[in-house]
Design a protein around this ligand. Structure first.
Ligand code: C5P
Length: 222
């Protein structure tokens, strides 16, 4: 099977030296890439800026902004069977990017932000898609409820939800605990474990789902 995986944060420039970003480490996405590669699948990893060693044998596409990630995903999605959008993409970006460093002055300062493009949503809207679409949901409250809403709103096949309210799970951590929601209402939980171990289980779950989906659609798999 061919996987497309997005990972890490995006950076939205404010001026030549500043940007808006988030604390995503990319660990979960990179662990999923490693787990898929270990099972001899083909992996295209579209990654925002992270400090992790790229998995050997993955096709790595390094991007920085939401726009770059959007373009890269759309360029490669149709060549893949399973698209796993794990990246913590910035939801907003500055309306204007200053070409010179913005000077400090004593007065109040506001930045005008505009929404970025939602990559997961844009894939979910495609009626003709031939790949399984997996989204992630990092939530601080009502985890399952919010994730279920996201699954429907973005028309995904699967949403992997995690609680990022604590310091010891989720963002930046090596550990995670997830609930996996499927479009038919089924759900399954993976208790607290190393992201590496969770990744192995997730890859199995995605493959299982893909195999069933492709059989039903009568689409050849390789
Ligand atoms: O709506 P929210 O950002 O919480 O949704 C998270 C899911 O959507 C993740 O799978 C993330 O990779 C994806 N996403 C995206 N493009 C955005 C924002 C989120 O693909 N601009």
């Amino acid at each position: 099977m061919r996987f497309l995986i997005t990972a890490g944060p995006t950076r939205e420039p404010i001026d030549p030296v500043r940007y808006i970003s988030n604390r995503s480490s990319g660990k979960m996405g990179y662990a999923i890439a490693e787990a898929a590669l270990a099972e001899r699948h083909d992996v295209t990893l579209i990654s925002g800026p992270v400090t992790l060693e790229p998995p050997r044998n993955a096709k790595l596409i390094s991007v920085s902004t939401n726009d770059e990630m959007f373009e890269a995903v759309h360029r490669h999605a149709d060549k893949c069977n399973i698209c796993v959008l794990c990246a913590a993409v910035a939801d907003y970006k500055p309306a204007h990017v200053s070409s010179t460093k913005i000077k400090k002055h004593g007065a109040k300062f506001s930045l005008e932000l505009i929404p970025t493009r939602d990559i997961l949503d844009s894939l979910g809207r495609r009626q003709d898609r031939q790949f399984v679409l997996v989204g992630f949901a990092a939530e601080t409250d009502h985890v399952e409820e919010n994730a279920a809403k996201k699954l429907r709103a973005k028309n995904c096949d699967i949403i992997v939800a995690n609680d990022v309210s604590g310091a010891d799970s989720g963002i930046e951590s090596d550990m995670n605990e997830v609930i996996i929601l499927f479009r038919d209402g089924e759900k399954t939980k993976i208790s607290r474990a190393l992201k590496k171990n969770i990744a192995r289980d997730l890859v199995k779950i995605f493959l299982d789902f893909a195999t069933k989906t492709f059989d039903k659609k009568n689409v050849m798999i390789n």
